[in-house]
Each structure stands twice: as structure tokens, then as C-alpha cells.
Design a protein around this ligand. Sequence first.
Ligand code: B12
Ligand code: SF4
Ligand code: SF4
Length: 304
Amino acid sequence: MLSSKDLIKISLDQGFVAAGISSPFLVTKSDVYLKNWIRSGYHAEMQWMTKNVEIRTNVLKYYPWVKSILVVADNYYLNHRREKGVLKISRYAWGSDYHKIVKYKLKDVLNKLKISDSQIEGRIFVDTGPILEKAFAVQAGLGWQGKNTNVVIKDFGSFCFLGVLLLNAPFEFNSPVKNRCGDCTSCIGDCPSGALVNPYVLDSRRCISYLTIEKRGEFSADELNWLSNWLYGCDICQEVCPWNHKWAKNTGDTRYYDRLKQLERSPKEWMGLTEHRFQELFKRSAVKRLKFDRLRRNLLAIIR
Ligand code: B12
Ligand code: SF4
Ligand code: SF4
């Protein structure tokens, strides 16, 4: 019979930097916060966030067979300073698509579990499922949710992806760790667009990450002023975090920065990128979802 400790050890052996186990539902006020967030319009045009609200905090509503949830964190940090004159692309897009990397690592975990217990069944989600991954990561004790809303993984910082494995077997749950933001407000103060409207509350309509990745259509005058040279995503509220200064360490998974050199381009070089080259450059990258037209839109907005 596998124990919680075995499950966590198997996950760490697979390369994850943290792992923990949560109940299938959140015991915090997350459901209230989520509903308030949507009511305030902070989801912007991400209409899919307004769907399956009940499931996001309680997976039993859709997957009644779930007895426990394994939550994992995969470190993608690389100690690298962007060169002057290159357009900024957020760290999470320096390599291959994390959805696939984390998913396949979790599949390996599940396969190993099945070797020990053939009755175990699981379902994997990385970003795409109706689950509040951050809140479950907190409940599973991986770290705390910072005022910038990202989960700061204990000993590694927030440059870590999350993934969840729903399991039909009961495992002992882990306990949350202490929130160590204290009096710090660096992320809130340094956000160029005022997107962190309150500690722990992000208004996507103002967030550069949302604007450059998710938003469809043209930018308004305000939005144009907020972009601050980010071509794709934004890392400011994480790069200023003292816990990242203290804890962030290089990932052992080189796939997370395998195209970094090709991404360090001046505005002129980006302007010369053809649609064909775009397809080649971002094959197996999360940026592919953006499509060439929106990358051009972001580029033109920056160099205007
Ligand atoms: C929608 C989404 C976005 C949106 C909205 C961001 C957001 N804050 O939710 C946009 C497009 C802006 C976005 C941007 C980014 N994202 Co995103 N995103 C998601 C997604 C798909 C859903 C998140 C969600 O459910 N939001 C709903 C709101 C309500 O959640 P929340 O902001 O965490 O709100 C909670 C707190 O406010 C809290 N709360 C409210 N009041 C209070 C008060 C107190 C005292 C406390 C303690 C808490 C608290 O309760 C709320 C509910 O739990 C998840 C994947 C997933 N399925 O979970 C990835 C995810 C959150 N994103 C991720 C990443 C990497 C990013 C970016 C860093 C990418 C980039 N570099 O550009 C940025 C970070 C921007 C930021 N500062 O958050 C990672 C985060 C990993 C981590 N370590 O936390 C995730 C988990 C994807 C993954 N699988 O790894 N993202
Ligand atoms: S990702 Fe950028 S724009 Fe969004 S909250 Fe953080 S600093 Fe602000
Ligand atoms: S910058 Fe400060 S307030 Fe923001 S997440 Fe980090 S420790 Fe918390």
C-alpha cells in the first residue's frame, strides 16, 4: 500500500521541485473570492473563467470518484538577464510548451503508481482544467499565494509551473505553510499598470500578461501605455519579489529555455520575422497559441 510520502517521493524523483496532497475540495474562502473576482469583471474577456465555477473549488462536483489530489510544482527559472535592446518575453515562454512537459512528467508519476497499485486511476490537468490550481497548491502545502497572486514555492520561489493529478485513492493530506509576504508590497508597487488592485487580487483587464497573450482585438490608448516593452507575458511582479531573489535557482530541465537565444531579438529583427519563421520558431511552444497576427499586433504597439 502506497503512502503519501511514497507519492511525494515518486514526484520529486520525476524532477518536480515540490509536491503535496490535497482533499478534492478547498476548505478556504476561495469560492467566495473567485465569485467576487468574476462579479468585478476581473476575468476580462476570458469568458471560460465564468463557467464551471463550482467545480473549480470542488472537483467532486464533476469527478465524484476523486479521493485526493496530488499537486506538483516544476521549476522553470534560469538565471539570465535580458540583453539591452531586445524585446521582453516572459520567462515561462523561453522554452518548450510547459503544458506538455508537466503533463508527461505527471503521466510518468501515474504510471509508476500503477505499477505499485494496479487499481489506481488518475486524471491530469495542467492549466487547462476547471480547477483553481494555485489554491489547491496552497492547500497541499507547496507554498503560499503571494500578493501578486502567484504561488511562492517554499525554497524555490514562484517561477514554477503547477500541475494536478486527481486520484481515486485516498492519501493523507498535507497542511498549508505560513504566508511569508509580511509587510512587503513590492509587487503591487512595481506593477506598471496597477493590475494588482488589492493584495492578492489581480484585475486581468490591466495585466500586461493578459493583454499580450489573451486579449483579442486592438489595444486602447490606456493599454498601449501599460505594455512597457513586453512582447509576450510579463514577469515584473515576480522579478521584484524578495523570495525569488533568495530562492530562485536554475531549473534542471533544459527544455524550459531551449529557444532563448533565438528569442533575443531587437524590434527590427522581430519586424523581419515572417509567418513561416514564426511557425518554425514557436513549434512546440506555448507562444504558438498567440498566432502570428497577435504577435505582430504586440510588436507594432511597442514600436509605435
Ligand atoms: C486565468 C489565468 C491567468 C490570468 C489571470 C491571472 C490570475 N491571477 O488568476 C492571466 C492571463 C492574467 C494570467 C497571467 C499569468 N499567469 Co496564469 N493562469 C490562469 C489560470 C488558467 C486560471 C487562474 C484562476 O483560476 N484565476 C482566478 C482568480 C480568482 O484566482 P487568483 O487570482 O489566484 O485569486 C485568488 C486570490 O485572489 C485569493 N484571495 C483573494 N483575496 C484574498 C485575500 C487573502 C488574504 C488571501 C491570502 C488570498 C486572497 O482567492 C482567489 C481564489 O483562490 C491558471 C491555471 C489554473 N487552471 O489554475 C494559470 C496560472 C495561474 N498562471 C500561471 C502563470 C505562470 C502566469 C504568469 C506568470 C505568466 C506570465 N509570465 O505572463 C502571469 C502572472 C500574472 C499574475 N500576477 O498573476 C501559473 C502560476 C504558477 C504559480 N507559481 O502560481 C498557473 C497556475 C498555470 C500553471 N499551471 O502553472 N494567468
Ligand atoms: S504580470 Fe505584470 S502587469 Fe500583470 S500583475 Fe504582474 S507586474 Fe502587473
Ligand atoms: S513581492 Fe512581496 S508582497 Fe509580492 S509576492 Fe513577493 S513577498 Fe509577497
